[in-house]
Ligand binder design. Structure first.
Ligand code: OKP
Ligand code: ZN
Length: 340
């Protein structure tokens, strides 16, 4: 019997409930809900021999400082300490001008969209999500072949100096920082949305390869990033790969793109370890996505990624079909573990 896959998550991650967001002029229930955690835990806890929960010990502020701008972190600190009566939903995004990170009304200077509310609960959940990712990476350093961080809120849209796209700390990038002592690191992002934060954090870094398969940014969030000609710069030139896919792509089309375009590039880079930004909003029923993957496809995608033959830290990103989210996460993780 192989050892169970460690699942890192803290209960505070489920104590944050963003209320609404604006979707093309309509106020909708916020899709990045606490129920997502429950769905995943229900599916994983049903297989105790395969998955084993572990609570992260604590958030490492020093590592966050390596990755994120001091002003962004100061804003998070202020909001966490002040416990505002109402969450801040940034709605003005200055290009220049004055910005005071101790003033939550200035949060828009450190943010780029209206879907990412700031509150004490948001910051606390985001810190435990970051801790989960870091400790999942440490488990791999200690020799576990596959670990899973149930990160919620997600992280791949968070950049050095801005939160946004439901993301605060870049969890996958923090995991990559932990793993760099092991050698060359690759971050593969299979979320429906382009991982613009992760791309930007390692854009000039030749030691971290970043690859993302995602919806065409000319019609999908984050809109301004994720095009094929973004290939990295300076020492990172050639170490970023974007593969935008057609609307409606199914499991077969997705696997073809993964196997023909992405995995060979990852192999050529020769990483020692992989961080997988594991979004599941490519599901055919996902309310935010337009792809058509089915539950069985996630086993195949996981299996293909396992074929790289390196240890994997899987970091949860999106996935908004709450009822099937846990089943899909379990399917992907089974494929990654060779237990499909
Ligand atoms: C986060 B992750 C439509 C608005 C979309 C942002 C989407 C963020 C996705 N209701 N707003 O990559 O899954
Ligand atoms: Zn997404």
């Amino acid at each position: 019997m192989p050892t169970p896959i460690p699942v890192f998550v803290h209960e505070v991650q489920a104590a944050f409930e963003p209320l609404h967001e604006w979707s093309f002029g309509e106020r909708v229930d916020h899709p990045e809900s606490a129920a997502r955690v429950d769905s995943i835990l229900r599916a994983l806890d049903a297989e105790p021999g395969v998955f084993e929960r572990r609570e992260p010990a604590g958030f490492d502020d020093a590592r966050a400082r390596e990755l994120h701008d001091a002003a962004l972190l100061q804003l998070f600190d202020v909001v966490e300490r002040r416990d505002l009566d109402v969450p801040v939903f940034p709605s003005s995004f200055p290009q220049g001008g004055r910005a005071d990170p101790t003033n939550p009304l200035h949060a828009g200077a450190y943010c780029y969209d209206t879907g990412t509310p700031l509150s004490r609960a948001a910051v606390r959940a985001a810190r435990w999500a970051a801790a989960s990712a870091e400790e999942a990476a440490m488990a791999v350093l200690e020799g576990v072949p596959l670990s899973y961080a149930l990160c919620r809120p997600p992280g791949h849209h968070a950049s050095r100096d801005r939160f946004g796209g439901y993301c605060y700390y870049n969890n996958a990038a923090l995991a990559a920082l932990v793993l760099r002592e092991r050698g060359r690191v690759a971050v593969l992002d299979v979320d429906y949305h382009h991982g613009n934060g992760t791309q930007s954090l390692f854009y000039a870094d030749g030691g971290v390869f970043t690859a993302s398969l995602h919806a065409d940014p000319s019609r999908a969030f984050p809109y301004h990033f994720g095009y094929t000609d973004e290939r990295g710069e300076g020492p990172g030139e050639g170490a970023n790969l974007n593969v935008p896919l057609e609307e409606g792509v199914d499991g077969q089309g997705y696997l073809e793109a993964l196997e023909r375009q992405v995995l060979p590039a990852l192999r050529a880079f020769g990483p020692d370890v992989l961080v997988l930004s594991m979004g599941l909003d490519t599901y055919h029923l996902d309310p935010l996505g337009t792809f058509a993957l089915r539950t069985e496809d996630y086993v195949r995608v996981g299996d293909a990624i396992r074929g790289l033959g390196m240890p994997i830290v899987a970091v949860q990103e999106g996935g908004y079909h709450v009822a099937d989210l846990g089943t899909n996460a379990a399917a992907m993780l089974r494929g990654l573990a060779g237990r499909g």
